[in-house]
Design a protein. Structure first.
Length: 211
């Protein structure tokens, strides 16, 4: 987890301290990205992506999959792990925003919607990264080799699309999005390592005793 947490902490510290090179790079990227979106009429499509990738909708769909895996495929341990990990990650993301308290980007164009709340880290990026990865681990025993490759590809491509949406619609700075992706991955891997460690410990035979 430290491998993922350290970059997020450093980014958060730079944001809180208004580290000038980072702030200037973030603001320049927002101006360029939103300008491109407005010129090419991308805002309506980006708004749709923003809506459907909201954490509440992502986790509703993920919870349906969790319940199906629990009841229909008897993956109870994995299903419980998946649900708890996603809910804890969602909470960590919200708490991180309150700690950083970074204001959202300001875009001087009325066609670009202004998002509410704090900006760092991106909740959309964190939660879609976390949910996509958790779904891969949850469903892994049920997938063929080809399906596993497709699942991994989707777990990479979908978060990238959502991250780009957050940038090009002007809802988040690049550093917010990067922090969201990295934190989501960190939560997922840390939780999974803990889960398989606990599973191995509980499934291993106890010490033998002489008769």
């Amino acid at each position: 987890m430290m491998v993922f947490a350290l970059p997020v902490v450093l980014l958060g510290f730079a944001v809180r301290q208004q580290f000038d090179p980072l702030i200037r790079a973030d603001e320049a990227a927002i101006r360029a990205a939103t300008g491109f979106s407005v010129r090419h009429g991308l805002v309506p499509a980006l708004t749709v992506i923003q809506l459907v990738s909201q954490p509440i909708f992502v986790y509703l769909v993920a919870t349906v999959v969790v319940v199906w895996a629990w009841r229909s495929k008897n993956l109870r341990g994995r299903a419980l792990w998946a649900f708890v990990t996603m809910m804890v990650g969602w909470g960590i993301g919200g708490a991180s925003k309150l700690i950083a308290q970074r204001a959202r980007p300001v875009v001087d164009d009325e066609s670009v919607p202004h998002a509410a709340g704090y900006s760092f880290p991106s909740g959309h990026a964190l939660n879609i990264t976390l949910a996509a990865g958790v779904m891969v681990f949850l469903l892994w025993p049920l997938l063929s080799a080809t399906q596993r490759r497709v699942a991994i590809a989707l777990a990479i491509v979908v978060p990238v699309i959502v991250g780009l949406d957050r940038l090009f619609i002007g809802a988040h700075f690049p550093s917010d999005i990067l922090a969201g992706h990295v934190l989501g991955l960190g939560i997922m891997f840390a939780s999974w390592i803990g889960f398989i460690g606990k599973t191995a410990a509980t499934s291993s035979p106890g010490p033998s005793h002489p008769a």
